[in-house]
Design a protein around this ligand. Structure first.
Ligand code: GLV
Ligand code: GLV
Length: 322
């Protein structure tokens, strides 16, 4: 008999096909997020929970089925899961690192271009029939080539963003407590203050942890250049969104490119009226290739767990060590 997997949202077709080969699949048939009660109902009758970064998996969900064998998160970030509690219950939790690195780095750059060159506003202008001919001051943006980019968090994604900067002859600064990337790319490790004060583009690539919540607040935004642009493809709560709104309204900085928000899918009131912000709906890993690969990784981990094997992308490896 095949093990049972509960999938909280329909995934790309190829992924669903493969899941069906290996599991009895119970999938949310509707294209919407499930409520906590609905998730619990699904968890009650499954071996594996395959969930999304938007599903909050708290202690109540974790204890509702003592036979739950594992949780495979369809994301690299796993701040949506009460990991401490899962570890206490010895439930393995896995993520999907690696495959979304380059896709997310591409998105950070897409936001850099869009904000610096006012692409979204300009597109709207054309569609509204306002383009009456070339004009010397029409949509003046900022150069990217030759400028300084500051990367906060130089893990896989931050490093991939930094690598792309070489093609634009940019100076790369980075801030990270753990990794050193100077061996791999031309970049300079600096403290946060220096990075904020000197970068033309600041791009965030830290995970959401107790010490990265509101890493960027009033002091930090005020340290940045008035001409600087901030890009967030990490987690919304890394930035104090209320303060960022003020920074954009009062021109403390020149602009922001955001893919993530503090309280998704809610967006701080006023942000959508800021022309100097480009707002994307958490789509950094959203390429067909990557979303499919993420599914295959989740599947591989689910299979390993069901076979009593060490899942390759385990997040709480300590449960196998004790
Ligand atoms: C996306 O935000 C992820 O963590 O995979
Ligand atoms: C995620 O892949 C990261 O570590 O940056």
């Amino acid at each position: 008999m095949k093990p049972k997997i509960f999938v909280t949202r329909i995934l790309p077709e190829l992924v669903m096909e493969r899941l069906n080969e290996h599991f009895i699949v119970n999938v949310n048939p509707e294209d919407r997020a499930l409520t906590k009660e609905e998730i619990m109902l699904g968890v009650l009758d499954c071996d594996i929970l395959l969930c999304l970064l938007s599903d909050i998996i708290d202690s109540e969900i974790l204890i509702c089925n003592p036979d739950l064998k594992g949780i495979v998160n369809y994301a690299v970030g796993y701040n949506n899961i009460d990991l401490k509690y899962a570890t206490k219950l010895k439930i393995p939790v896995t993520n999907t690192p690696g495959v979304l690195t380059e896709t997310t780095a591409d998105m950070a750059w897409a936001l850099i271009f869009s904000v610096a060159r006012k692409i979204v506003e300009a597109d709207k202008f054309v569609r509204e029939g306002k383009f009456k001919g070339w004009a010397p001051k029409l949509f003046l943006g900022a150069d990217i080539f030759g400028k300084t980019i500051g990367i906060i968090g130089a893990g896989r994604i931050g490093t991939a963003v930094a690598k792309r900067a070489a093609g634009f002859n940019m100076k790369v600064l980075y801030h990270d407590h753990n990794s050193d990337i100077e061996q791999d790319i031309e970049a300079e490790k600096v403290d946060l203050k220096f990075l904020l004060q000197t970068s033309d583009f600041v791009s965030l690539h830290v995970p959401l942890l107790a010490d990265t919540i509101h890493l960027i607040g009033e002091n930090e935004l005020k340290m940045m250049k008035k001409t600087a642009i901030i890009i967030n493809t990490s987690r919304g709560a890394v930035v104090d969104e209320e303060i960022l709104l003020r920074a954009l309204q009062q021109n403390w900085i020149a602009g922001a490119g955001l893919d993530v928000y503090e309280d998704e899918p809610k967006i701080t009131n006023g942000l959508i009226n800021c022309d100097n912000a480009v707002l994307a709906p958490h789509i950094a890993s959203a390429s067909v290739e990557t979303r499919t690969k993420m599914g295959f990784i989740a599947l591989e981990n689910a299979i390993a767990i069901c076979h009593g094997k060490y899942p390759p992308q385990i997040v709480n490896r300590e449960i196998y060590e004790s």
